[in-house]
Design a binder for this molecule. Structure first.
Ligand code: ADP
Length: 484
């Protein structure tokens, strides 16, 4: 059987650059693929500070001596290629400081000129094989930043001639981001004008890069099985449900895995004390450290933690609306997140009202995130939608019981304690503060029975959401595309 050669094209990869779950996935999936016999490699932009970060992590990075050249907006942009290795996976870095000048990674606007960095990433990825002595069979792209790869193989003046050289896989991590811009970007990218149709990249008079990628890719995956059909519905399709439903034959949901070399309480170097399923004394020490970090005394209230982006998707609206109720039920709530300033401000205002019961840390803090997962009792994840969600998988492993809304990957991974003897968490359906309050009430009724709570915790900690199974499923998809 052939060993598929797969080049991943991505905008994030932990630990080099991570803004959310996409970074976690690209940081761990290629390594898991290599373990099951796929030659997976990654191409990634060298954002500001990337070389310094590599050095700080003792990762050596060497120039390949080769460069890629891409025509965009009627000029040629070049990028020397650097090579490093993360988790035994070769990573090619594109050094193009003029285009990748923003340490925040993603542009705040979607004007045609703001699209240049990620148009460059996609087209440069098509030049990487020519520059290296390694040619992939498959280009596996992630979300809108890579969506122009399959689209270019179909509609770019130059690259459409290379259509037969590769199969393409597009993974949708989050349909909310589609990269919609104005039609003059076609010229800037070098796409033929025939692509500007309803069967092409056109979208309500503008351009939609993700739509182009969806139509042109040979296969589409979503990061959980349930999300693969949610996005084909009016409610979850974000305007692309019709397009996706027309492609349903090539869509497959493959659940994300979790990298247990990073996320295991037995070995986590960021925790004040390790612990494992049979001995949770370390978890008690983590709780102490967490209370101390908040400036709180122990008062035996259950700690409800939230770790995530403060955006509409994560259910911050109903969390805010239910906050007073949740605290009145006898809980304490700890929130770590960054995102929309309106949410950050509203949460901070609430935390001033309930100083001893609600703690809000606005910002991104990896160490504190680990402490919240370890020191908490329950994880709140009231998401409006959730393509997969990693936080609930992390919480399970850390013995922190997830209370989640039954959508996307949350519904695929959490089994309600009140519905099954194998329950590992609690689910609610309606997106209302009232339902959020009710799920917390239900969880608390079990929490008070400490022996039963230990069983729920154990179920979660013993579950295996590692990458192995998902990596095998991706491999089977690659082999199918290659005709094996
Ligand atoms: P999404 O990809 O939608 O942001 P996921 O649940 O898939 O959500 O993944 C989020 C990842 O980012 C998790 O590893 C979570 O711990 C981490 N994370 C989110 N916000 C923060 C934050 N403010 N500080 C530290 N880690 C965070």
């Amino acid at each position: 059987m052939k060993c598929p050669r797969v080049l991943h094209v991505a905008s994030e990869m932990a630990p080099l650059v991570k803004l959310g779950g996409l970074g976690d996935v690209v940081g761990s999936l290629p390594a898991a693929l290599r373990e099951v016999g796929v030659d997976a490699r990654i191409v990634l932009p060298a954002y500001p500070g990337m070389f310094e970060r590599l050095e700080a992590q003792n990762l050596s990075c060497t120039p390949t001596g080769k460069s890629v050249h891409v025509a965009l907006d009627w000029r040629v942009y070049s990028a020397p290629l650097w090579e490093t290795s993360v988790n035994n996976t070769p990573v090619y870095l594109l050094e193009q400081p003029e285009l990748f000048s923003d340490s925040e990674v993603y542009p705040r606007e979607t004007t045609p000129l703001a699209t240049l960095p990620f148009a460059f990433l996609s087209l440069a990825a098509l030049e990487v094989p020519g520059a290296l002595e390694w040619t992939p069979d498959i280009l596996h792209v992630h979300d809108w930043p890579g969506a122009l790869v399959p689209a270019a193989l179909k509609w770019h003046r130059h690259y459409r001639n290379r259509r037969d050289d590769y199969d393409t896989v597009l993974t949708i991590h989050n349909l909310a981001h589609q990269w919609i811009t104005t039609p003059n970007a076609l010229n800037i990218w070098g796409f033929v004008k025939e692509s500007f149709t309803i069967e092409g990249i056109e979208f309500y008079g503008g351009l939609n890069a993700l739509k182009g990628g969806i139509l042109a890719a040979d296969a589409i995956t979503t990061v959980s099985p349930r999300y693969s059909w949610e996005i084909q519905t009016l409610q979850g399709g974000m305007g692309l449900d019709g397009v996706l439903a027309s492609c349903r034959g090539k869509i497959q949901g493959i659940l994300n895995g979790l990298d247990y070399t990073v996320w295991s309480p037995e070995t986590d170097p960021l925790l004040p004390a390790p612990y494992r399923v049979g001995d949770l004394s370390g978890k008690t020490l983590c709780r102490k450290a967490l209370l101390q970090a908040c400036g709180w005394e122990e008062n035996d209230r259950p700690l409800l933690v939230f770790v995530g982006r403060l955006v509409e998707q994560k259910g911050v609206d109903i969390l805010l609306a239910a906050m007073e109720d949740l605290l009145s039920l006898g809980t304490r709530v700890l929130i770590l997140g960054s995102g929309h300033p309106i949410y950050e401000r509203a949460l901070q205002e609430e935390s001033r009202r309930y100083q001893d019961l609600l703690h809000v840390h606005a910002g991104y803090d990896e160490t504190l995130a680990h402490l919240l997962y370890a020191g908490g009792d329950m994880l709140l994840m009231p998401s409006l939608f959730e393509p997969c969600g990693l936080s609930q998988l992390i919480a399970l492993r850390y013995g922190t019981v997830p209370l989640v809304r039954a959508v996307g990957g949350l519904a695929d991974t959490i089994i309600d304690v009140d519905g099954s003897p194998d329950g590992n968490g609690f689910l609610f359906s309606d997106y209302t503060p009232h339902e959020l309050r009710r799920v917390v009430e239900r969880a608390l009724s079990h929490w008070h029975d400490r022996e039963q709570w230990k069983i729920i915790v154990r179920h979660g900690m013993e579950q295996d959401f590692s990458w192995k199974h998902s990596a095998e499923t991706y491999k089977a998809l690659y082999l199918r595309l290659l005709g094996n």
